[in-house]
Design a protein around this ligand. Structure first.
Ligand code: AMP
Length: 208
């Protein structure tokens, strides 16, 4: 069931540098709105771990912290968003990451008569996100959390991803949220901001 963006649709992006906490916050928003969280990085990592064809194609790219080609990434996302659980909404985390992917997503949504409802921008200073990535490296041991790769990923974020926010700002979609604070503080800011835009969760109880 597809349709135009209406009061019940919840089509979100969450954008922020690595270490901004967007993964954690994204899950909370997705749960509250009853929509799937679609995180391209998680999908790629699962394919690498599972040794799939896709995983073999992207492994070296991910380990270097470079971007997987748009064609491959956008096709993967289109396929995922075509599944029935994403019919009335989704929360995209880590996609789109550059201007080409913005265009691909626009074309995909326009083809279904859909549009984004909000873009959540999590703002975290560079030093803070670096500190958090280091912390995560210790806790999770991600193979793309080495010093050189972290620097590469942040540089790509600043050069290619941050500018896409201007595109969405021009459409008045961006909800800018201060990402510094406790997890609960940041979550509250996000939900207050969404509510001020008339976007209320379907399952508010999920967020205590
Ligand atoms: P993330 O977990 O979002 O930091 O993603 C981990 C890695 O997956 C990135 O460093 C990229 O190599 C790849 N990746 C994730 N999302 C995208 C995307 N939208 N476009 C290209 N590559 C991506």
């Amino acid at each position: 069931m597809t349709g135009t963006a209406d009061a019940r649709s919840a089509r979100f992006l969450i954008v922020g540098p690595q270490g901004s906490g967007k993964g954690t916050q994204g899950v909370l928003v997705a749960e509250a709105f009853g929509v799937p969280q679609v995180a391209t990085g998680d999908i790629f990592r699962a394919n690498v771990a599972g040794g799939t064809e896709l995983g073999k194609r992207v492994q070296a790219i991910i380990e270097a912290g470079d971007l997987v080609p748009d064609e491959l990434t956008s096709a993967l996302v289109a396929d995922r968003l075509s599944q029935s659980d994403a019919a009335e909404g989704f929360l995209l985390d880590g996609y789109p990451r550059n201007r080409g992917q913005v265009d691909d997503l626009d074309a995909f949504l326009a083809g279904r008569g859909e549009a984004l409802d909000a873009v959540i921008e999590l703002e975290v200073p560079r030093e803070e996100s670096i500190a958090r990535i280091h912390q995560r490296a210790v806790e999770q041991g991600r193979s793309d959390d080495t010093e050189e790769v972290i620097a590469n990923r942040l540089a790509i974020y600043e050069r290619e991803t941050a500018p896409i926010l201007d595109v969405y700002r021009a459409r008045d979609l961006v909800l800018r949220v201060d990402g510094v604070g406790t997890l609960d503080e940041v979550t509250s800011r996000i939900f207050e901001g969404l509510a001020s835009r008339g976007l209320a969760p379907r399952h508010p109880g999920v967020v205590a």
